[in-house]
Design a protein around this ligand. Structure first.
Ligand code: SF4
Ligand code: SF4
Length: 100
């Protein structure tokens, strides 16, 4: 069972800008992403919103598929900056692995 961490968004501020809560899950980022994974990067943004840190760590290798093309950030209607959040999640995962 996945444990939700209500402090996760706060923790992520060390590694990324604090914009995930602006996301309203429209799916534009997932539709425009050249990776053509049906839910990426929206799924990761949603995990941040609900504090599902364990899920992010379990799926961490998916983060490294990101090309940092910026299309998701350019097209996000809420300025949630999903591309920057993905970059921040990479930093968080590296920090987690370094400490474990
Ligand atoms: S495009 Fe922006 S608002 Fe829409 S799901 Fe992606 S991050 Fe959320
Ligand atoms: S920056 Fe990454 S997540 Fe965003 S559209 Fe490009 S490849 Fe997809």
């Amino acid at each position: 069972m996945t444990m939700l961490n209500p402090d996760f968004a706060e923790e992520l501020k060390q590694f990324s800008e604090d914009s995930a809560l602006a996301c309203f899950n429209c799916g534009t980022c997932a539709a425009i992403c050249p990776l053509i994974d049906s839910h990426f990067p929206r799924s990761m943004i949603r995990y941040v919103q609900i504090g599902a840190k364990e899920r992010i760590l379990e799926a961490a290798t998916e983060l490294w598929k990101c090309l940092h093309c910026g299309l998701c950030t350019q097209t996000c209607p809420r300025e949630a900056n999903p591309g920057e959040i993905i970059l921040g999640l990479k930093r968080l995962v590296l920090d987690h692995w370094r400490k474990s």
